[in-house]
Design a protein around this ligand. Structure first.
Ligand code: FMN
Length: 206
């Protein structure tokens, strides 16, 4: 049985291309592998920006937390528990001003938790604690970043790969939806290219 976690984060909700293709991958994997599919829709229910209550609350024993600290930490705990329970994580991200949406950044700010999702090794530096999971990252962008002059400005896929790897999620397959801002014909071609990538991902997983 495979537990799949689908995390969507496009501010455009269900109309987002990252939402559409991440959902297709998650549902396709469930159909092929069986198991449970849990969805965390960060667009419908964005995590708040992290606060002092959250930062301080993480560092104290649960019984010593203030009400505000307990509330802030319990959301982070729920988000971490979802990731821990998953064997496969499908992450949808649409580029907003060269990076991921602030909804998705806030999710990472909650789940990147010292002593819980990563540890500081003595000499070896930080070590990710969420190991043995597969991640599919659907990265949607108006421009083209997989190659060419704009590749240096892809602060979405590279940044997300780094954040995922930092907490131990190193097995990441990126599916791109790119070049959709260059007119209807280009958008049609871009979407067809992503549809082919999604088919290949699902064929490989079956
Ligand atoms: C507010 C906003 C900012 C955007 N910034 C960028 C950007 O910096 N670079 C880019 O290539 N596309 C940018 N786009 C285009 C989106 O990345 C593109 O529409 C992508 O499909 C969004 O993902 P989604 O379809 O999942 O919402 C932007 C779109 C919006 C609405």
């Amino acid at each position: 049985m495979t537990n799949i976690l689908l995390v969507t984060s496009s501010p455009r909700g269900a109309e987002g291309l990252s939402t559409r293709f991440a959902t297709e991958i998650a549902e396709g994997l469930k159909a092929r592998l069986g198991g449970a599919l849990v969805t965390r829709d960060l667009s419908a229910k964005p995590p708040p920006h992290i606060t002092q209550a959250y930062i301080n609350g993480r560092g104290v024993d649960p019984e010593a937390r203030t009400v505000a600290q307990a509330e802030a930490v319990s959301l982070a705990q729920a988000l971490v528990d979802e990731v821990k329970a998953a064997d496969v994580i499908v992450l949808g991200s649409g580029m907003i001003n060269f990076g991921p949406s602030s909804q998705l950044k806030a999710w990472f700010d909650h789940i990147t938790w010292p002593g819980v999702t990563f540890s500081y090794g003595e000499a070896s530096g930080p070590k990710g604690m969420l190991i043995g999971k597969k991640v599919y990252l659907v990265a949607a962008t108006g421009g083209v970043y997989s190659e060419g002059a704009w590749a240096a400005f892809d602060f979405q896929a590279g940044f997300l790969r780094h954040l995922l790897g930092f907490i131990g999620l190193t097995d990441v397959e990126v599916v791109r939806v790119e070049g959709t801002s260059f007119g209807p014909e280009a958008a049609k071609g871009a979407i067809a290219a992503t549809e082919a990538q999604v088919r290949a991902v699902l064929d490989k997983a079956a």
